[in-house]
Design a protein around this ligand. Structure first.
Ligand code: XMP
Length: 517
């Protein structure tokens, strides 16, 4: 792999993704990983990420100069560029000049290998207080800015290079090309990480792990569990059984999407458990958001557990014990939980969070090395329909946390109708790819006066919550075109009885969360 050394900025994962976009497999490692441990992984190259510290600050993470004698190609970015400079005998200074944001980069001479054939002046994204004032001995300086004479250097012979700016962010329009040049032309790494190779390698690894034994997978209707199941099915066919729990908190058409579209695309064996009544009973009288979440999570586990035991009993009678549980854990979850292995890493918000230990399944996590965009590409490669692969995120507790107040069958029907109209209109306007998701929230305990036809109404409001986001950690409200909002509003108030008002949530995250509960 290419190892991205994380100096504590939020950029390491993004860099790892960009490396993969250059078709090279990458992983993130903490900055205190020793040179010996790094060398043991036999990396094709190393990228030192940006970080918040000054190289000269007390306790600032440093780069062991030994790293540069290990014969491994190294690319330094921002803080990594400065740490590299000081480790190799160049000079980093606190110049008192901060560069932050969009900055013009001036290419020096022919631009070297990193910047060859790029425009002589182009914008890059900067974020630093310290600057490199003198490159290490033997390095060619290939770019600078008004305030930073050394903004890039390279030694093609030693396969070492670095840049002061952030090539990984979209605000550096040529950044991906520079990263690609480092990887392919300076480090000499071959671009082999393609969607087809991911599928082949993962399928082989799953076959190796499961052999001729059996597995089950809980489908949520979301992208991750669908792609995980499709991969495992490709590997072991009917040794896999999928379980789909219908808790009645789904949006319109979602059960059909799983039962019909997913099965048609994969041929997977699917068991649907109809648990609608059970969930409604458990939620009866409950209005507290955390309590709702706990109840839904608990009931989900109980229903799934029972289904697993039933399947286990059937399989056991036929002498075919089920040993494996498939989980759609993604690489960001693995990095964020410390990169360890095993069940302890399953996040509590994961779709099948906290399965009881006494189920005694071994985990199969085919997406453990993948980022979300790779998961989607793998899904398409496996022939899953766009409706599943590009589905917007939907919370595990479903519509249960989009009804403010008690969840009842009637309120669910109202919300489902309003949500379905909003989704239809957003899709018709071609906006699906521009918004991250658009929850529709029913304020079930609020009533307001309206007038429809000649009569007074006293109905409930719904809230539209369209958001734009990269990762759901932060979000901005999406400026939807007024004509689209108008169509959604008119249709909801005309077609959904009980709703006489449509409102728009214009809060970013923070301070608001995306969901209302
Ligand atoms: P918030 O509301 O915390 O949501 O800003 C961030 C993202 O997570 C989704 N979400 C969940 N997903 N189980 C999930 O699988 C959950 O319990 C859950 N709660 C929120 C939410 O839709 C948004 O994309």
């Amino acid at each position: 792999p290419v190892l991205v050394v994380d100096y504590g900025a939020q950029y390491a994962q993004l860099i790892a993704r960009r490396v993969r976009e250059a078709q090279v497999y990458s992983e993130v490692v903490p900055h205190d990983t020793s040179v010996a441990d790094i060398a043991r992984r036999d990396p094709a190259a190393i990228v030192l990420s940006g970080g918040p510290s000054s190289v000269y600050a007390d306790g600032a993470p440093q780069v062991d100069p030994e790293l540069f004698n290990a014969g491994i190609p190294v690319f330094g970015i921002c803080y990594g560029f400065q740490a590299m400079t000081s480790a190799l005998g160049g000079t980093v200074e606190h110049t008192g000049i901060r560069e932050y944001g969009r900055t013009e980069l001036d290419i020096t001479g022919d631009g070297g290998t990193l910047h060859a054939e790029l425009p002589g002046h182009h914008p890059v994204w900067m974020s630093h207080g310290d600057s490199v004032s003198k490159a290490p001995e033997g390095f060619a300086v290939t770019a600078g800015t008004k305030d930073t004479p050394v903004a890039a250097f390279e030694s093609v012979e030693r396969r070492l290079a670095g840049v002061q700016y952030h090539p990984e962010v979209v605000h550096s329009p040529h950044g991906q090309e520079v990263l690609r040049r480092f990887l392919h032309e300076i480090a000499g790494v071959r671009p082999q990480w393609t969607t087809a190779s991911i599928v082949d390698d993962t399928v082989a690894a799953i076959r190796e792990q499961i052999g001729d034994r059996r597995a089950i997978c809980a489908l949520s209707g979301g992208v991750d569990s669908a792609v995980a199941a499709a991969l495992v099915h490709r590997a072991i066919g009917d040794q896999l059984t999928c379980v789909f729990v219908d808790h009645g908190l789904l949006r319109s058409g979602e059960r059909a999407q799983v039962e019909r579209d997913f099965v048609a695309a994969t041929g997977v064996r699917l068991v649907t458990i109809d648990a609608v009544g059970r969930f409604l009973d458990a939620l009866s009288g409950v209005t507290d958001p955390e309590e709702k979440r706990k109840i839904i999570g608990r009931e989900f586990i109980r229903v799934f557990e029972q289904a697993a035991r039933d399947l286990q009993a059937e399989a056991g009678a036929a002498g075919e014990q089920i040993d494996f549980l498939v989980q759609g854990t993604l690489y960001p979850d693995v990095v964020e939980s410390g990169g360890g292995t095993g069940a302890a890493n399953i996040k509590s918000h994961h779709n099948v969070g906290g399965l009881p230990d006494d189920l005694q399944f071994e985990l199969v996590e085919p997406l453990r090395a993948l980022f979300k965009d790779e998961v989607r590409r793998v899904g398409l490669e496996l022939g899953l329909p766009e409706t599943i692969v590009h589905r917007q995120p939907f919370p595990g507790p479903g519509l249960g946390i989009r009804i403010i107040g008690e969840v009842t069958a009637e309120r669910l029907a109202t919300l489902r109708a309003a949500d379905s109209i909003a989704r239809e209109e957003l899709t018709a306007a071609g906006l699906d790819r521009d918004i991250w998701q658009c929850p529709v929230v029913l304020l079930a305990d609020v009533r307001s006066v309206g007038v429809q036809g000649d009569g007074r109404t006293y109905g409930h409001p719904v809230v539209l919550r369209p958001v734009s986001s990269e990762d759901a950690m932060t979000a901005d409200w999406t400026r939807l075109p007024y004509d689209v909002l108008e169509r959604i509003s008119t249709r909801i108030t005309n077609e959904v009885s009980d709703v006489n008002r449509v409102t728009l949530d214009v809060t970013s995250k923070p301070p608001g969360t995306i969901e209302w509960e």
